[in-house]
Design a protein around this ligand. Structure first.
Ligand code: SF4
Length: 866
């Protein structure tokens, strides 16, 4: 089969991949050496894409009221219910909630329908949870949502400041570019983050500032730039407004708010003020805040004042979470934007878009932003809701309340590829095509538009999103304006509209691509028009404000809204882990990506854990004013005292008590509407279950326990379990858990220790095994998972026989190298560097995402040996 050039569907780095289908539904995936985002590199998630292509869990037919339906009946129903809601309650009674997973063409069609034809701006996207504060900050400072720089700046900078950005785990290929730049030119790296993340592995300085105090830090930078003669007076005089007011406000803010030592602060200010080539990279740690927009502008102020913007190796750089968050921004996926970076509140812009579309309607005010939208669903203002490729019942703050709101909505339709917590609440579920099946474009964090190309047929009755939306539009009477025959036609219309935006003086103008060969389109950085092709913005001014000058803003730092108190004494930070993506609907299909971290956890400082009586691997009951969760305890000094961290990936499908957004308050930034997802307040207490368990099986499991977390493993499935009451009969419990009522049961009970080991056998093969104990079960989990389905019941021993090394939990997911293998090699082969580990075991030599963990293991072992 021939190789197809396409793009990774996960993060905003937007890596190019080469896919060679095997003709049987699978494919081999490699990094594209010619793609300017990654030059052949991939992270563990991208490298495992080929293992996620199966149809397990896929939605293959339309579903209405829980029963399979035809496309015609489902689409008629959707069109009819939206029409009825608009007729009876007005346009603002309907809403779309979209996703940065959608392709630009899908986004374009959805926006055209709801804004230009249904007549409401109630369309928002899960990008609101990701980078809305960057959008708002850019618009306030630059007059448009323009990312000034490119990835090349990371290669060319002398100082890279990473703020609220765990690049090593969340944008691993950019992290690898930075590692390479550091090796090549000695780039200094500063990490600004309350938590000591894996990214700190390459930090020359880690500033573990108080949560939410980033604006105070950058105000201090602005003051230092002014006091040390590092302001670029010529640039400010020619291209910037608001310098004096911004500086005066910065002088009034208190750097002590950051909680940093005077020494660390002085060093940072010294480096920032004396280095010309500075890039400040920021992501969710800045954006997901009740003062996220102000934080963004505090950063932009420093780059504008120093003129370090739009030049090689210099500029502020917002990196986005999702593969097409940027495309969604460009195409008007946010409730306060029109397509092509045009403004909904600007009458000329509205008229231009409506004139181009020749549409019957055009809202004249912004619609509801994500959190507001689900408030409106809850109180009945929204009567018909269409959710596409996102899982708000898990990912929005106060997610239990969001799930109740969706359930109570008059009519909800969900388009998606797999069953999720949200599809379970829908009246209509529509089967959409997935990565590998659909055709379109995505834009990455440095404005590079790349093609996603299909290499698999659409399974079952799945259809492309743009076509589904267009089919509904046709049923609502607008078929003539939604009559494209391909994604390429949609793109051509979009590119032509961007020319109208360019004529109005906007940044996003790709009219030069309107006639392009869509199928062959290479990665292309926008803009693309007669005036400008690619490159950087603002090195010579030219901002998108009426006077073409940037705006510096006076920023008064504000700490998180929720305050810790005796009842909720801990500050909860939420984030991602290395090998999973969003709610794991795709990454969890690859067994090797589940072996690094297989269940939700709570990272807590050793002193706090000791004070609460929490031991490693026990369970913690976490409560907030909004909800509760049960999480595995991970004791680490990576978090500060009084702070805890929990990942946001687990859902009702994988660990119902591990849904951490149920703990987060629906507090938002007043400008951007982005939720404050990193500063909830919580209480933590030890949960003392009656038993802990670990289960493996060839087939799916039906866990029934106070706590469970399941994941795929090589031989089938594995689960962690804990129950508050002992089962009356362990054999019966195991049979129900594994749905194996007739299998032969082998059971070993240790009455003194209170442990149970049960294997269910068929034809001499162990189809399943359950291990239960009063304490966290200590087992060679990887070994047991590899044994399930094999002949004999050797797995009941719980560990390998003599002379066989249990590899332990996976550290290097690409090459499947386990913790015990690495620590044994370090000890027995006297390894003293990460490169030596790589030479001995190949660990860390593929994507490199695990290199910070290898370094930490090495340091720990060398420290213990001293
Ligand atoms: Fe995909 Fe990893 Fe590249 Fe992100 S860094 S686009 S997840 S391969």
């Amino acid at each position: 089969m021939s190789t197809v050039r396409t793009t990774c569907p996960y993060c905003g780095v937007g890596c190019g991949v080469l896919v060679t289908p095997n003709g049987a539904g699978g494919a081999m995936v490699k990094g594209d050496p010619d793609h300017p985002a990654n030059f052949g590199r991939l992270c563990s998630k991208g490298a495992a894409l080929g293992e996620t292509l199966g149809l397990d869990g896929r939605i293959l037919t339309p579903v209405v009221g829980g029963a399979p339906a035809t496309w015609d009946s489902a689409l008629d129903l959707v069109a009819g219910r939206f029409k009825a809601a608009i007729r009876d309650h007005g346009p603002d009674s309907v809403a779309f909630y979209l996703s940065g997973q959608m392709l630009t063409e899908d986004y374009y069609v959805a926006n055209k329908l709801i804004k230009g034809y249904m007549g409401t701006a109630n369309v928002d996207t899960n990008s609101r949870l990701c980078m809305a504060s960057s959008v708002a900050g850019h618009k306030r400072a630059f007059g448009a949502d323009t990312v000034p720089g490119t990835y090349d700046d990371l290669d060319q900078a002398d100082l890279v400041v990473l703020v609220g950005s765990n690049l090593a785990w969340c944008h691993p290929v950019l992290y690898q570019r930075l590692v390479a730049a550091k090796a090549a030119r000695g780039t200094r790296v500063v990490v600004v983050d309350p938590r000591r993340t894996a990214t700190c592995d390459i930090a020359d300085l880690h500033l573990a500032l108080a949560p939410g105090s980033d604006a105070a830090l950058f105000n201090a930078v602005l003051v230092a730039l002014a006091d040390r003669g590092a302001v670029n007076r010529a640039y400010v005089a020619q291209h910037v407004a608001g310098f004096d007011a911004a500086l005066a406000t910065a002088r009034a803010s208190d750097p002590a708010m950051t909680g940093l030592t005077a020494q660390d602060m002085a060093l940072f200010l010294d480096w920032f003020t004396t280095t010309d080539r500075v890039v400040t990279v920021y992501s969710q740690g800045i954006n997901q805040s009740s003062s996220g927009t102000d934080k963004v502008n505090a950063i932009l102020n420093c780059h504008l004042a120093s003129g370090r913007i739009g030049r090689p190796g210099a500029g502020p750089f917002s990196v986005t979470g999702q593969p097409n968050a940027m495309g969604g921004r460009e195409v008007g996926g946010l409730a306060n934007m029109l397509a092509c970076h045009l403004d909904i509140e600007n009458p000329a812009h509205r008229a231009a878009v409506q004139g181009f579309w020749k549409s019957p309607a055009m809202p004249d005010k912004p619609g509801l932003k994500a959190v507001e939208m689900f408030d409106a669903v809850a109180d009945g203002r929204i009567k018909a809701l269409w959710i596409i490729h996102t899982n708000p019942a898990v990912t929005l703050p106060d997610s239990d309340a969001v799930a109740r709101a969706i359930k109570g909505c008059d009519f909800t339709v969900v388009s998606d590829i797999t069953r999720t917590d949200t599809t379970r609440l829908a009246d209509v579920v529509l089967p959409a095509t997935a990565w590998g099946e659909k055709s379109g474009t995505v834009t990455n964090s440095d404005r590079t538009i790349s093609r996603q190309r299909p290499f698999l047929p659409a399974p079952g009755q799945a259809r492309d999103d743009w076509r589904i939306v267009a089919d509904v539009a046709a049923r609502m009477g607008w078929g003539a304006d939604f009559g494209w025959t391909s994604a390429g036609d949609v793109f051509a219309e979009y590119a032509a509209l961007s020319g109208v935006a360019g004529d109005l003086g906007r940044d996003f103008d790709i009219s030069g691509l309107a006639q392009a060969d869509y199928d062959a389109l290479p990665p292309t950085r926008w803009p693309v028009n007669a005036r400008k092709q690619g490159g950087r913005f603002f090195g010579g001014g030219g901002f998108f404000t009426p006077d073409q000058r940037a705006r510096m803003l006076p920023i008064t730092p504000r700490l998180p809204v929720a305050k810790t108190a005796p009842r909720y004494p801990f500050r909860l930070n939420t984030g991602r882990i290395r090998d999973q993506w969003h709610t794991m609907t795709r990454t969890a299909l690859a067994p090797r990506l589940n072996q690094h971290i297989a269940e939700p956890f709570l990272e807590i400082h050793p002193s706090d854990a000791a004070g609460l009586g929490l031991m490693p691997a026990t369970l913690a009951h976490v409560t907030s004013p909004q909800g509760q969760a049960i999480l595995r305890v991970s004791i680490s000094d990576r978090v500060q005292r009084g702070h805890v961290f929990a990942p946001m990936h687990w859902s009702g499908e994988t660990a119902p008590s591990g849904r951490v957004d149920a703990l987060v308050a629906p507090v938002t930034d007043p400008v951007s509407g982005q939720p404050e997802s990193k500063a909830a307040v919580v209480a933590v207490a030890a949960l003392v279950p009656a038993w802990y368990g670990f289960a493996v099986s060839v087939g799916p499991q039906n866990p029934d326990a106070a706590y469970w977390a399941r994941a795929r493993c090589e031989g089938g499935w594995r689960s962690e379990l804990a129950g508050t009451a002992l089962p009356h009969n362990w054999e019966a419990y195991a049979r129900a858990l594994f749905n194996l009522p007739d299998a032969t049961c082998l059971s070993v009970e240790d009455r003194v220790r209170g442990t149970h080991r049960i294997a269910l056998m068929e034809g001499g093969r162990a189809l399943a095994a359950l291990f239960a104990a009063p304490d966290p079960v200590q087992l060679a989990r990887g070994h047991i998972a590899a044994q399930v389905g094999q002949a004999g019941a050797a797995l009941l021993a719980g560990r390998p026989g003599a002379g066989v090394v249990d590899p332990g939990p996976t550290v290097c997911a690409c090459l499947n190298v386990g913790l015990h293998t690495i620590t044994t090699a370090i000890a027995t082969q006297n390894l003293t560097s990460v490169d030596q580990i790589g030479a001995a075991l190949h660990a860390g030599t593929s994507c490199g995402s695990c290199r910070p963990e290898l370094a930490a293991l090495l340091a720990r072992q060398m420290e213990a040996a001293e």
